[in-house]
Design a protein around this ligand. Structure first.
Ligand code: NAP
Ligand code: F7E
Length: 337
């Protein structure tokens, strides 16, 4: 019998890659989808078998991380071996506009889920999607021993989720781990995160559909990795004998400006002709530099990244160019000026 996993945030970037990985490993995967007025399953439609399929290894459930009773009921029904808590309001800039909501969904929901595990009598192992944003103002390189200094409501909420996870491990002997992941991107990255915003703009500029790209702080330093490689690290964390917390990162630093240069150059475009500054994309308090030291993950999980920032930018630009070409071939495209 294969294992059963429950994935919150299965419709997101990481959830979609993780579901693919677990299915390939023979798991039955249950995913939580929140109700929305438009379809929100675009990233997982290609692996969804439909409610009428004879043998379903990928099952979707309507629920919401803010509904603790629904979580308890779902855990009693699904009886997972592993739970991956990836659901979150994950946009840092938006967390300044919706701080209480972010605190609830991104922070308190981690505790809600841990408590639901206890209340349902589940012995499931729990992965909590913690973030390098917890380090915030702490100088790089950051590792598992670096003190947290979050710089946004999102970062504060993730610190709460981190400590709730550690506490349930210590208090109840639960197998609960934190993956402290640095920024990771892909062609499935949400369109308002900076990398995807840039690569999508490159593709649209190349196709003549857009002639400006407005950005905020170009000096921020990030450690950008490739999302499909990072979900492998999540899985490895839950296969160890003992639960523990791990930093997952490439260790390579780049500024937003360098990512812009690489992405535009890959499409033979001079970025300085198109990129303009708009203060609206600045944050009230910025995280200046995140560069991870993932030695522990390398040594204990045998995990290491292969895609580096330049290759990542190229993968994303190529994918966005293909997507724009497909749209132009088959549909009306709105022209943003
Ligand atoms: P994402 O693309 O923004 O996906 C977030 C997921 O959470 C989506 O499936 C979203 O559903 C779901 N969600 C939001 N609110 C919910 C609610 N109230 N109830 C149930 N589900 C809800 O994020 P990601 O990049 O895949 O990241 C996955 C996790 O890792 C997140 O917790 C994020 O904070 C964390 N993280 C990400 C990074 C990174 O660089 N990507 C780094 C460190 C940590 P909809 O599709 O309906 O919106
Ligand atoms: O910003 C700067 C911005 O929104 C990166 C989330 O997955 O990773 C992500 O959080 C940098 C920041 O990601 C624009 O000020 C400039 O310094 O792509 P981002 P993030 O804030 O690092 C962490 C690890 C997570 O956990 C989060 O869930 O880029 N920047 N101009 C801009 N950022 C955006 N979004 N848009 C701009 O126009």
């Amino acid at each position: 019998m294969g294992k059963t996993a429950l994935v919150t945030g299965v419709t997101g970037q990481d959830g979609s890659y993780l579901a693919e990985l677990l299915l390939a490993k023979g798991y039955t995967v249950h995913g939580i989808v929140r109700r929305s007025s438009t379809f929100n399953t675009e990233r997982i439609d290609h692996i969804y078998q439909g409610p009428q399929a004879s043998r379903r290894t990928f099952v979707l459930h309507h629920a919401d991380l803010t509904d603790g009773v629904a979580l308890v009921n779902l855990l009693r029904e699904v009886r997972p071996d592993e739970i991956y808590n990836l659901g979150a309001q994950s946009h840092v800039r938006v967390s300044f506009d919706a701080p209480l909501y972010t605190g609830d969904v991104t922070g308190l929901s981690a505790l809600r889920l841990l408590e639901a595990v206890r209340a349902s009598g589940s012995g499931a192992r729990v992965y909590q999607a913690s973030s390098s944003e917890m380090f915030g103002a702490a100088p790089p390189p950051q590792n598992e021993r670096t003190p947290f200094h979050p710089r946004s409501p999102y970062g504060c909420a993730k610190v709460f989720g981190y400590w709730a996870t550690v506490n349930y491990r210590e208090a109840y002997g639960m197998y609960a781990v934190n993956g402290i992941l640095f920024n990771h991107e892909s062609p499935r990255r949400g369109e308002t995160f900076v990398t995807r915003k840039i690569t999508r703009a490159v593709a649209r500029i190349k196709a003549g559909l857009q002639d400006r790209l407005y950005l905020g702080n170009l000096d921020a330093v990030r450690d950008w990795g490739y999302a499909p490689e990072y979900v492998e690290a999540m899985w490895r964390m839950l296969q160890r004998d003992e639960p523990d917390d791990y930093v997952v990162a490439t260790g390579e630093a780049a500024t937003v400006r360098q990512f812009v240069e690489t992405a535009f150059a890959h499409a033979d475009l001079d970025w300085s002709r198109y990129v303009r500054y708009d203060p609206k994309y600045e944050r009230p308090s910025e995280v200046d530099a995140l560069i991870g030291d993932a030695s522990k993950a390398r040594e204990l999980l045998g995990w290491q990244p292969h895609v580096r920032v330049a290759g990542l930018a190229e993968i994303m630009v190529d994918a966005d160019i293909r997507q724009v070409a497909d749209q132009l071939a088959g549909a009306t495209v709105r022209i943003d000026r």
